[in-house]
Design a protein around this ligand. Structure first.
Ligand SMILES: *[C@@H]1O[C@H](CO)[C@@H](O)[C@H](O)[C@H]1NC(C)=O
Length: 133
């Protein structure tokens, strides 16, 4: 039980693990994308706290951010090598990195869904993951 509480705490604190610089970069990219996607701040805040609401605007926002940071290419496919580099920054184990990529970088029906589910999966596995350096 104690271990569980402890792990839960780590998970929660992990959410705040982005550095100020990362947050700033993410905010900047996010702001540019919001002009296109029209997503509400509320849904963005929720997603940052791990609640990924299935919403078309939020998905469009995630695809836009993903493209801007180079995680998604122009055809809407995940740039696996770039993703791997970023995951490696928060995972200190190459086999684990490969497992996470295999599990999370899954192509869905639309580029929006792909971006959405990839981030959701990354967040659930590695809350410290940051799409920006
Ligand atoms: C690295 O990750 C793999 C797969 O999750 C695991 O089996 C292995 O024990 C890990 N190695 C280390 C050194 O933590």
């Amino acid at each position: 039980m104690k271990l569980f509480v402890c792990l839960a705490l780590i998970a929660v604190v992990g959410v705040q693990a982005l550095t100020d610089e990362q947050k700033e970069k993410l905010n900047k990219v996010g702001k540019e994308c919001r002009e296109q996607s029209g997503v509400s701040q509320e849904l963005i805040d929720k997603a940052r706290n791990g609640e990924f609401v299935e919403d078309a605007k939020l998905k469009a926002q995630m695809l836009c951010v993903s493209k801007k940071v180079g995680l998604t290419d122009d055809s809407g496919n995940i740039n696996v090598e770039t993703l791997k580099t970023k995951v490696k920054k928060v995972v200190d184990n190459d086999s684990e990195v490969d497992e996470i990529i295999e599990k999370c970088a899954v192509k869905r029906n639309t580029p929006e869904d792909t971006a959405f589910f990839t981030y959701k999966c990354l967040y659930e596995n590695k809350p410290k993951f940051s799409p920006v350096d």
